[in-house]
Design a protein around this ligand. Structure first.
Ligand code: KG4
Ligand code: ZN
Length: 343
């Protein structure tokens, strides 16, 4: 039996979790404690790095204690400590990694430095026991990527954003329309009563042979629309949100479709190809429905782990630690590991 304590502090969630794996059995999440700092950043319309770092310092000890207590596992019985070492906001990364180093040193257990994106990439194996290779679509406040997941530590980025992340585009759209932070859910709500055909926003990169995403031009169009009809009525806001959501759904679908075709080309023998989603934007119902349809049409399984494991959490970090232990891919000098904000 392997039991790993995971710590995640790369953005605005302070999180700790214990995950266990016994041979021949599916992995078990023994605890998954997340403290979201949303309230502390809401007044600023986005995550403020300095506030985030301080909040991690204040919260982390208690969160780790709570995660251990919930799990029923004593610290001495933990086999390794896994912590997010990048990419992310450097202040938070320092807090999490230093705390993990201190805990690991005090109980004489190995420390595993985990790349946050690897955590997202391997979650579907924790929740669904998915076999390699598969595709990951990560759409969050900080990332918009399509990644080929070939094995533990073996990833290929097939697409990324050349400017804003998709969640960021939702958040900025919300801000321009005076909707509260975080923008995603509020834009989605407003869009429900909107007319998606009132504004024709650009579909950035759609049809382009380049695999990447781009959302900053779309943001400019949203701003222009908002100024052109100001002062904004509730209906104007709803119509802009619906038109924006239609544009991003369309663009995302075009990019994902290409990736599915490429996967088919490169792995024609994969019996059950799958697309996994992760990141807060995966909560969006219209985007989800589009992806489900696209996958069904192309013979891919659509795998959406429960939202609590799709957004930032420490269970995915603990699990990545277990995967690395099993694959014998733990860096021998993790105690020397320095946080890498752009890892
Ligand atoms: O994965 P996540 O919780 O973590 C960070 O990136 O920190 O993603 C948060 C992002 C935010 O930008 C938020 O606006 C977006 O996910 N989001 C949504 C929805 N719910 C959250 N975007 C669109 N529709 C939603 N329902
Ligand atoms: Zn994340």
């Amino acid at each position: 039996m392997i039991r790993v304590l995971g710590i995640e502090t790369s953005c605005d969630e302070t999180a700790a979790s214990v995950v266990a794996l016994e041979s021949g059995q599916p992995p078990r999440i023994l605890s998954n404690t997340v403290f979201s700092q949303i309230d502390e950043h809401a007044a600023f319309g986005g995550v403020v790095p300095e506030i985030a770092a301080r909040a991690h310092v204040e919260a982390l000890d208690g969160i780790v204690e709570a995660a251990l207590e919930d799990s029923g596992v004593a610290l001495e019985d933990i086999d390794a400590i896994a912590a997010t070492a990048g990419p992310g906001l450097v202040g938070g990364l320092i807090v999490g990694l230093m705390t993990a180093k201190a805990i690991a040193a005090s109980v004489g257990k190995p420390l595993i430095a985990i790349n946050h994106l690897e955590g997202h990439a391997l979650t579907a194996r924790l929740t669904d026991g998915l076999a390699f290779p598969y595709l990951l679509l990560l759409v969050s406040g900080g990332h918009t990527q399509i990644v080929l997941v070939k094995g533990v530590g073996d990833y290929q980025r097939w697409a990324t954003t050349i400017d804003d992340a998709l969640g960021e585009a939702f958040d900025k759209t919300a801000k321009m329309l005076a909707l509260p932070y975080p923008g995603g859910p509020n834009v989605e709500n407003a869009a429900q009563s909107g007319d998606a055909s009132r504004f024709v926003f650009p579909r950035p990169m759609k049809g382009s042979a380049q695999p990447d995403f781009s959302f900053s031009g779309l943001k400019t169009s949203v701003r222009q629309a908002a100024t052109s009809v100001a002062p904004l009525s509730d209906q104007d806001v709803a119509d802009i949100c619906a038109s924006f959501q239609a544009a991003v759904t369309d663009t995302l679908g075009d990019r994902v479709k290409r990736a599915l075709a490429r996967f088919r080309d490169e792995f024609p023998d994969t019996a059950a190809p799958a697309l996994v989603v992760a990141g807060g934007v995966a909560a969006n119902k219209q985007i989800r429905a589009m992806l489900e349809k696209l996958c069904a049409k192309n013979g891919f399984a659509f795998i959406a782990p429960p939202m609590a494991l799709c957004t930032d959490n420490a269970a995915m970090i603990a699990w990545a630690g277990i995967e690395r232990l099993r694959a014998d891919l733990v860096e021998p000098n993790a105690f020397d590991f320095v946080p890498r904000s752009r890892w």
